[in-house]
Design a protein around this ligand. Structure first.
Ligand SMILES: [Zn+2]
Ligand SMILES: [Zn+2]
Length: 762
């Protein structure tokens, strides 16, 4: 199949960077645990499951023995059976037992509900409890449901604050299942980890100590991440023993093309052919070969363009009759739509479907012949989840990862070990962030007064100064028995961000599209900004920061906008510091002040159209950062000259921000950077990378912990890009507040070599 694809390449192009043969794994059935409910085993047998796989039994046994456990294995490795076994056996054996299933999306909870109902177990009373559940149904659920499917938002807003009403449920709670737990990361994950501690505390107050069973995608440290999330020791099961067919995994880098005549004064920079067009060509070739193929794109528009372009290729290739069997999946997330898509792909009615990453969760399509990933989906977990759609038992399947022009994509296609060896990406959270802990402690105190013994649960020493500050501000009252919430109103805590978010509203219909962080609103939804929402394009008409609203209209202009800003960073406290022969590496608290001063409009080719001034307020952010400095001797020894230094540091900073998501499961938009040839606090050339959320979200801390590996990958991404002076695949950043100027590719390598030669020999 690969040979067929390569013959389709235009002459002179060699986009194939690597081919990995993923070996098949034979079937190794295990025995059902002796405690498994017989009626459950009968129901499973009726659906065709006669025996479990070893990793499912291993995880289930831990849970049944009372140990919390995380199962971190690939897509289609049957993680649900691992938690269903103990959860359902418990409620079937003792119908008064209760279990709680939490998922990051409503769609996934609905799927799980359907799967449980399909088992047809008479003793099982499963019910979905989310924001849409009618109140009359909630009464029934509280009293009768023995498996409740819900989400952390509902726990936070409803179940925990009304715990007296749910006391019967909490008292009998035996298992808490946290599905797709790698989604709880960064600021949101930090909030969720404290919501789970609130849940554990209330259960304890009612005399219950539920066992947690977590399901995760594969990651660097699943046990550590899970343990931090629930605040308990967690056992790890991560050896995937599910059978699978052989798989061929190709890494593909579209060729560089020099950008057309450039009107602005900048040097013309080469860009790569778009991953979407490349994927469309691959899709057409695969459909001609009769392969059932799914293409994942980064946006809904990208999915439509890819499907359209593949249809055109098919017509050109004289296979017009196949064009109707290619479609873009642009529907919402309604269950019927997803089921219809599953059916047409399974039946072969559709041969090729292009879809956004959003389809990744809650759709049951596996066993395809080929999967094409147009651009890195953001995390290795997602990459494997998408790749896992390909492969029927015993038959060879093909996965092609097509790189976008992004430093992380460049790095991955040129460094296959980052994909195929042990993962280095970890889901990080920071439950000790005072901006998260403060509001969560208020919520906990409002539910039930906090006792000194509770402080340990909420972070121990980290919680003490936060509690003292809450008392000082009059939010909590300290009495001999503990800390009390005395206000008549409930405390408010937003799980998805500190402060009042800015709501994005479509002006004509008044419908709410989403929210953006108040701190980043001037840069992302300033007047005339092009705003993308789930792959659709909008233009901002008005930004009202005072009332926290941005009005937008649907429009797809042929340009992008990029806010330009002035950024300053001051070191407030250095918490960790290492000096290594002229290079220092540090971690601590910083204050970032930034002000958006204008925006640029650029064509998709990158060409600058114009720049318009903006009047936006100065924003301040106190957060965590990792930074390194070089002294004068080190700069001279590296062969860097003073005039070139700012561009070298700036380029090294951009690429490092692009690569951090490989190690910490964040988005490059969750982090920011500042580089300067002479920083006021360090007195030296300095590169900072900071968390974009007040108080930090764990990303900079992870960067500090893995700095040698992170910077080595950064260096490899820059060196691996064959452009001469820098391009979006290596050192240019789509979010640069300085118009990607100055940037020095060769200088960045010298800076990184100087730092790496010291940190690696340590
Ligand atoms: Zn490049
Ligand atoms: Zn920049």
């Amino acid at each position: 199949m690969l040979a067929a694809l390569l013959t389709g390449c235009p002459p002179g192009e060699t986009p194939l960077r690597h081919v990995e043969q993923v070996q098949p794994r034979p079937l190794t059935p295990a025995a059902w645990p002796s405690w498994a409910a017989p009626e459950l085993l009968a129901a499973l047998a009726a659906t065709g499951i006669d025996a479990p796989w070893p990793h499912q039994v291993e995880a289930a046994e831990h849970a049944w023995a009372g140990d919390s456990v995380v199962i971190a294995t690939g897509t289609a490795s049957g993680k649900s059976l691992a938690y269903q076994l103990p959860m359902l056996s418990a409620v079937l054996a003792e119908s008064r037992s209760r279990a709680l299933y939490l998922s990051p999306t409503k769609a996934l909870a609905a799927d799980q509900h359907r799967a449980l109902s399909a088992l047809g177990l008479p003793g099982l009373r499963a019910a979905t409890l989310d924001g849409d559940t009618p109140f009359e149904e909630r009464d029934w659920i509280r009293q009768h449901a023995n498996v409740v499917l819900s989400n952390p938002d509902l726990l936070h807003r409803t179940l925990l604050p009304q715990h007296q009403r749910y006391s019967g449920f909490l008292r009998r709670l035996r298992f808490v299942v946290i599905d797709e737990c790698h989604h709880y990361r960064g600021l949101f994950g930090s909030h969720v980890s404290l919501v789970l501690r609130r849940l554990r505390r209330l259960c304890a107050a009612y005399g219950a100590a539920p066992v947690f069973v977590l399901a995760s995608a594969t990651s660097a440290t699943p046990g550590q991440s899970a343990s931090r999330l629930v605040g308990l020791p967690v056992r790890t099961v991560d050896s995937d023993r599910s059978p699978r067919g052989p798989r061929t995994f190709a890494l593909w880098e579209p060729p560089l093309a020099v950008r057309g005549s450039s009107q602005d004064a900048e040097q013309p920079a080469p860009i790569r052919r778009a991953a979407g067009s490349e994927a469309a060509r691959l899709l057409a070739d695969l459909v001609i070969a009769g392969a059932r193929t799914l293409v994942f794109t980064r946006s809904r528009r990208g999915a439509e363009l890819t499907a359209l372009s593949a249809k055109n290729h098919l017509v050109e290739a004289g296979a017009a009759e196949l064009a109707d069997r290619v479609a873009a999946y642009r529907g919402g997330y309604l269950a019927q739509e997803r089921r219809a898509l599953e059916r047409s792909l399974t039946s072969g009615e559709l041969l090729g479907v292009a879809t956004t990453n959003a389809l990744e969760l809650g759709i049951d399509i596996t066993g395809l012949d080929a999967v094409v990933l147009a651009g890195y989906p953001g995390t290795l977990a997602s990459l494997w989840q998408q790749a896992g759609r390909a492969g029927r038992r015993g038959q060879d399947a093909l996965v092609v990862f097509v790189a976008r022009d992004d430093p992380l994509d460049t790095y991955l296609v040129n460094n296959p070990a980052a994909i195929f060896a042990r993962p280095v990406e970890a889901s990080v959270t920071d439950p000790a962030n005072p901006h998260v802990l403060g509001p969560q402690l208020c919520c906990a105190a409002a539910e039930l007064a906090l006792t000194p013994a509770d402080v340990e649960l909420f972070g121990g020493p980290a919680a003490e100064p936060v509690l003292a500050a809450l008392v000082e501000r009059g939010l909590l009252r300290r009495r001999p028995a503990g800390w009390f919430w005395t206000d008549r109103n409930r405390p408010s805590a937003n799980l998805r961000g500190a402060g009042q978010p800015v709501t994005v509203v479509e002006s004509a219909s008044g419908s709410l599209l989403g929210t953006v962080d108040a701190g980043t609103a001037p840069a992302t939804v300033h007047p005339a900004a092009v705003y993308l929402h789930q792959g659709s394009s909008f233009v901002v008409e008005e930004l009202d920061l005072e009332h926290g609203a941005a009005l937008v209209r649907p429009e797809e202009p042929p340009w992008t906008t990029c806010a330009q800003e002035i950024t300053d960073i001051a070191i407030l406290a250095t918490e960790q510091s290492a000096m290594l022969d002229g290079v220092s590496v540090q971690f601590g608290t910083v204050e970032v002040s930034h002000q958006v001063v204008s925006y640029q409009r650029r064509r998709f080719s990158g060409e600058l159209l114009d720049e318009t001034p903006l009047d936006m307020p100065l924003q301040r952010l106190v957060t965590k950062a990792v930074w390194y400095t070089l002294d004068e001797a080190c700069v001279a020894e590296a062969g860097l000259d003073q005039p070139g230094l700012p561009g070298a540091l700036h380029a090294a900073e951009h690429a490092a921000i692009g690569l951090l998501p490989l190690f910490a499961s964040c988005d490059r938009w969750d982090i920011g950077g500042v580089s300067t040839a002479q920083h006021a606090d360090t007195g030296r050339p300095t590169v900072f990378v900071y968390d974009g959320h007040p108080g930090g979200a764990g990303f900079a801390a992870r960067g500090h912990a893995v700095l040698p590996d992170w910077l080595a990958a950064t260096r490899a991404a820059i060196a691996g890009c064959e452009c001469l002076t820098g391009c979006p695949s290596c050192i240019q950043s789509p979010k640069c507040g300085n118009g990607n100027h100055p940037l020095d590719k060769a200088g960045a390598l010298l800076v990184l070599d100087a730092v790496l030669s010291r940190v690696i020999t340590r």
